[in-house]
Every structure is written in structure tokens, then in C-alpha cells.
Ligand binder design. Structure first.
Ligand SMILES: [Zn+2]
Length: 318
């Protein structure tokens, strides 16, 4: 089975020499699956407010760009840049050597300040999936930490159009509710929440409520189910989530919007309490769904085909 994981923080974890990584080349190889991993670049917005914070953040971004190039070269990852690349991923047969594909993404465009051409810079450096904010707001959009009715700025609206034209997938995972609705109104291509769950099942602002999930589906996008405990089980339950909790979110979303608008977004190497130990345990989700009598086709949709559909619609030809 092909698997696409729409979010991990592995690049930053490598940069910080983190131990016990959840996604590594050795681990993904053990799976023996054709696997597409989205690798997110993330500079914490608080770094910007430190002395010389802007330069420190630029250096960090450059380090992650370099790391991505080194890693993809070293392990011969197939980079997803254009429509033909996702078609190549789709066409990989079971008997072919299993291989790893990669897509570079970014969480937050704080370094742009208010310069729209930063999006071009990211595109030129192979970024193909982008969220305007992490949790705090910026000149483009309001993040989940902002409860107000502010959403996308006029600059943010232009940026959505720019992403649609360039062939960059827009990600709403860290957007506040108003930003979500503004993106839904502005985007003329499907958009996704790369790593967010159902707010009905777990009331957390990083998750999507029923209305948002319905809109996401109507626009042709998907929500990538996140394995982070805090987004899977309510705080009051005071426990670490398990695979069954991931399944609960998939079950609820399936009943609400069907299986065509659900994906996977592990958040590997960015979270401390994970329902899935590491990438080698992803088959546990697949097996749990099959045990629940999900048709193999539905499981394939969730694991990769839905995101393939979205990327085919969003990416341009090279
Ligand atoms: Zn995130």
C-alpha cells in the first residue's frame, strides 16, 4: 500500500540533533512501502523577537533548506515538485523497489514580513505546501492563537491566489477559524489541513469543527489525521492516545464527510506524546481500519489516494 504523510518536523529535529527520531531513513525503509513524506520547515516565531532574531531565523531556514537537499540526495528521495512527480508516485507498482518520495513544506511565512515575493522565493526553493501562520498571527493571516474575527489580510488573499497560480498547496492546519473561512472563500483550488483532527471528537482549537470539515470536503481538500495525543483525546481524559483514538477521528470524519477527504498527518518528530510510536507503526492504522471492515479501496484513499487527487489538482506541470 502507498502511504502519504502530510506533516513531520523531522528537518528541525535533525537540525537540533534530536535523539529517538520518529521518522528516519532506516525506519521508513523497514516498512517496505512506497512512501511520500511531507517535510515541514519551521522557525519558531519567538526566535524573531530575540536579539538579532530575524537573522537567526533566516539562518535557521537556510539550514533546513540545505538539510533537505542533502537528505534527498543522500537517500535518493524522489522530490515532488510537479504534477508528473505525483503521477510517478501513483504509478509505482508493488513489485518495484519500494521508494521514498518527499515534498518540502513550510509552517508560517513570518520571514516574509509583508513581501509577497517571499512566496516566489519559497517556490524557487522547492516548497510545494505552505501554511501562512503557525499559532501566532502575522501580516498575512491570523493563527489559532488569535480568537478575534480577523482572518486573512488583503496581502494574505493575494498570497492564496499566488499559491494557487504557482502550484503550492495551501495548508490551514494552524489557521484560526476566520482565516480558514477566508481561505475557503479565496482559494480556487483544493486546500488541506495537513495535520488536524475533528474538534467534535477532541475539542481543541487546532482541530476542525464539523462545518469546517464539510467546507474542506466541498472544496475537494482533506484533513490529515494527526497522531498527537493533545489533538486526539480531550484534556480531561488525562491519558496518552492510542491507535484506537486515531481510528475514532477517522470514523467520525468518515461518517460526516465520507472517506474521500481524509488523509494522514503524523506530526512525527514535532510531538512528545504520540499515539503511533514511529513510522514503522503506521501499518497499525491500516490494519485497524481493515479490521473494522473498511474496504481496501477506502483505506487506500485515506492512506494516499485522496492526497494524490489533491496534489494532481494543485501542482502545475514542470
Ligand atoms: Zn504544526
Amino acid at each position: 500500500m502507498h502511504v502519504i504523510d502530510a506533516h513531520c518536523d523531522t528537518l528541525l529535529a535533525i537540525r537540533e540533533n534530536k535523539e529517538d527520531m520518529q521518522f528516519t531513513q532506516e525506519k521508513v525503509k523497514m516498512l517496505g512501502m512506497t512512501y511520500l513524506q511531507f517535510f515541514a520547515m519551521f522557525c519558531h516565531p519567538t526566535l524573531l523577537s530575540q536579539d538579532n532574531g530575524f537573522n537567526k531565523s533566516v539562518n535557521l531556514l537556510n539550514d533546513m533548506l540545505t538539510l533537505y537537499q542533502k537528505m534527498t540526495l543522500k537517500y535518493s528521495y524522489n522530490k515532488i515538485l510537479f504534477k508528473e512527480d505525483i503521477l510517478a508516485f501513483e504509478k509505482k507498482q508493488k513489485d518495484d523497489n519500494p521508494s521514498v518520495f518527499s515534498l518540502l513544506s513550510i509552517e508560517g511565512v513570518y520571514l516574509a514580513k509583508s513581501d509577497l515575493s517571499y512566496i516566489d522565493f519559497l517556490y524557487d526553493h522547492e516548497v510545494r505546501c505552505l501554511s501562512f501562520t503557525w499559532n501566532p498571527s502575522n501580516e498575512f493571516a491570523s493563527g489559532v492563537n488569535q480568537d478575534s474575527c480577523k482572518g486573512l489580510s488583503s496581502l494574505g488573499r493575494k498570497a492564496v491566489q499566488k499559491c494557487n497560480n504557482l502550484g503550492i498547496l495551501v495548508d490551514v492546519s494552524h489557521a484560526n477559524d476566520q482565516t480558514f473561512y477566508d481561505i475557503a472563500q479565496t482559494a480556487n483550488k483544493p486546500f488541506v489541513a495537513t495535520h488536524s483532527n475533528s474538534r467534535h471528537v477532541c475539542p481543541h482549537k487546532r482541530n476542525l469543527d464539523d462545518d469546517m470539515l464539510k467546507i474542506l470536503a466541498k472544496k475537494g481538500g482533506l484533513a490529515g489525521v494527526n497522531y498527537f495525543s493533545d489533538f486526539l483525546v480531550a484534556k480531561e481524559e488525562n491519558r496518552v492516545a492510542e491507535v484506537d483514538d486515531v481510528i475514532k477521528h477517522i470514523e467520525y470524519m468518515s461518517s460526516l464527510i465520507g472517506t474521500k477527504h481524509i488523509g494522514l498527518g503524523s506530526d512525527f518528530d514535532g510531538i512528545d506524546k504520540s499515539a503511533i510510536k514511529d513510522v514503522t507503526k503506521v501499518p497499525n492504522i491500516i490494519n485497524a481500519l481493515l479490521k473494522l471492515n473498511y474496504k481496501e479501496e477506502d483505506v487506500k484513499d485515506i492512506c494516499s489516494k485522496n492526497m494524490i487527487r489533491v496534489l494532481k489538482e494543485v501542482l502545475n506541470e514542470g
